[in-house]
Write a protein that binds this ligand. Structure first.
Ligand code: ZN
Length: 151
């Protein structure tokens, strides 16, 4: 996940003798970076990001078991669902699940939380799928854009 998929462009050689900040590590880092590849997870940004991802996963598992009452409306998953609906319009629960790669059972918890806040309209397809649509896509998008960054 954290591996580079694209090599950075070659830079002119900059003399740098910086060593990894990890306590026991003596590796000289490339391009003056604070940590060597092995210890990049000690970087504060990476730690915050990993903590946010862990928190997200833990919340989703709580929502799977406990439903909408476990939803953090300011959390990353609720924001992702709202963003997705505001960008793409009406979606079935199954399609949200597929496109966001979140289990449908978990998506249902978030949809229910949005419904409890009267943020969505729901209908049913001929095949019995629930279709979800934001009542106010621009307002919902504005709201999540004004929340603090997660990582
Ligand atoms: Zn290191």
């Amino acid at each position: 996940m954290l591996a580079r998929t694209v090599a950075p462009p070659a830079r002119p050689h900059t003399p740098s003798t910086r060593t990894c900040r990890h306590e026991t590590c003596e590796q000289v880092t490339r391009e003056g970076k604070p940590y060597c590849p092995e210890h990049v997870d000690a970087h504060p940004y990476v730690r915050n990001l990993l903590a946010a991802l862990d928190a997200r996963h833990a919340e989703e598992e709580r929502v799977r078991r406990g439903g909408s009452m476990e939803v953090d409306m300011d959390g990353i998953t609720a924001r992702e669902v709202v963003l997705h609906l505001s960008l793409h319009g009406a979606r079935t629960v199954e399609r949200i699940s597929r496109e966001l790669q979140i289990d449908a059972d978990i998506v249902r918890g978030y949809v229910e939380a949005l419904n409890e806040r009267d943020m969505i309209m729901q209908s049913t397809t001929n095949r019995g799928s629930t279709v979800v649509k934001l009542r106010d896509p621009e307002g919902a998008l504005e709201r999540i854009c004004n929340l603090q960054s997660v990582a």
